[in-house]
Write a protein that binds this ligand. Structure first.
Ligand code: NAP
Length: 333
């Protein structure tokens, strides 16, 4: 396992992390324990969850805390706040980034996780109503109190990343060190605006849906029924809207071309999906989800793969970066 610094910080994380939104949603307590034990066995240290994950809200945090037990002190727990915890969920009376909401959300997460600190506390989505300085002052207080060690954001745009970066600098507050946004071989929109902003402000990017919910493992074939127990099969019951976002024809078409490219170069599409992300200097860790221990062995092996310049060009031809990418990257201030 390789370890890397997360953004401009002293926090080191494993290059292969683990997304924990399956806990409680796809797998129960004993299967979660098997996955977490395996993750620790292979040297994985970064576990990413959120207060809202788990099918039943809060269940992912609970299952993660239970599965880690005394090993909690050896790992990095990343969690999130700011999405509605149930109908209304308190967000009807105050913003998800407001001081009041943050102070109560952190206590609830600490309790569910069974810990007295969260290593990386991330705002799940921008709160359009609360001024960013209010959010950052509240988070800075949590850092000073020791309840939170580092802070990150998720689903922020490039301008919001820059705005928050300057807010931290000018008000002398703890800066966001990570951005969590959708990013994969076939979802490259963030390269236009978010990536340059993160490079400029020392923010590391933790891609979510790095495997496009399993599509980039090659286990799904267009027109074929997905195997029982897989996420695609589970989501198929929830209507075409959700499956088309992840398994639509355009996504399948790109995945089929990437699969052929991988075969040509003697690697797997999974290698490409994880190794290509880790070849980006702004991606310290790939927090792919897993529902079985064996998947972690495969994902670890994939984390050692890197594209040659030739393969990277061939990937760009299949799944081009957004317009404007290729301008000189800004230098860190
Ligand atoms: N910040 C946000 O708004 C946001 C949004 C979404 C996700 N996230 C975070 O990002 C993490 C990663 O995203 P994700 O887990 O939803 O999707 P993902 O990493 O793209 O896909 C994970 C799924 O791929 C399958 N898989 C993994 N390894 C495999 C292997 N070696 N072979 C075959 N199949 C494999 C598993 O599906 P099966 O269950 O079918 O086996 C697994 O559940 C989440 O867990 C969560 O922490 C954040």
């Amino acid at each position: 396992m390789e370890y890397r610094y997360l953004g401009r910080s002293g926090l080191k994380v494993s290059a292969l992390g683990l997304g924990c939104n399956n806990f409680g949603m796809m797998i129960d307590a004993s299967k979660t324990k098997a996955v977490v034990d395996k993750a620790i066995d292979i040297g994985l240290t970064l576990f990413d969850t959120a207060d809202v994950y788990g099918g039943e809200l809060g269940r992912s945090e609970e299952l993660l805390g239970q599965a880690l037990g005394a090993k909690r002190k050896n790992v990095i727990i990343a969690s999130k706040f700011g999405s509605a915890m149930g109908p209304g969920g308190g967000l009807d009376v105050q913003g998800g980034g407001s001081r009041g909401y943050i102070m109560s959300a952190v206590e609830a997460s600490l309790k569910r996780l069974g810990t007295d600190y969260i290593d990386l506390y991330q705002i799940h989505r921008p709160d359009p109503f609360t001024p960013i300085d209010e959010t950052m002052r509240a988070l800075d207080d949590l850092v000073r109190q020791g309840k939170v060690r580092y802070i990150g954001h998720s689903n922020f745009a490039g301008w919001q990343t820059a705005d928050a970066g300057w807010t931290a600098k000018t008000l002398n507050l703890s800066p966001f060190i990570s951005a969590q946004n959708r990013y994969s071989l076939i979802s490259r929109e963030i390269e236009a605006e978010l990536v340059p902003a993160c490079l400029s402000h020392g923010v590391g990017i933790l891609p979510f849906f790095p495997l496009e919910s399993g599509l980039l493992t090659g286990k799904y074939k267009r027109g074929e029924k997905p195997a029982e127990g897989t996420r695609y099969a589970a989501w198929s019951g929830r209507g075409p809207g959700i499956t088309s976002r992840f398994f639509g024809d355009d996504k399948f078409a790109k995945a089929e071309q990437l699969q052929a490219l991988a075969a040509k170069h003697g690697c797997s599409m999974l290698d490409m999906a994880i190794g290509w992300l880790l070849s980006k200097p702004y991606v310290p860790s790939v927090i792919a989800g897993a529902t079985r221990p064996e998947q972690l062995d495969q994902n670890l092996a994939a984390s050692a793969w890197r594209p040659s310049a030739e393969i990277a060009q061939e990937i760009d031809a299949i799944s081009p970066p957004p317009a404007g990418v290729g301008m000189p990257a800004p230098q860190r201030r």
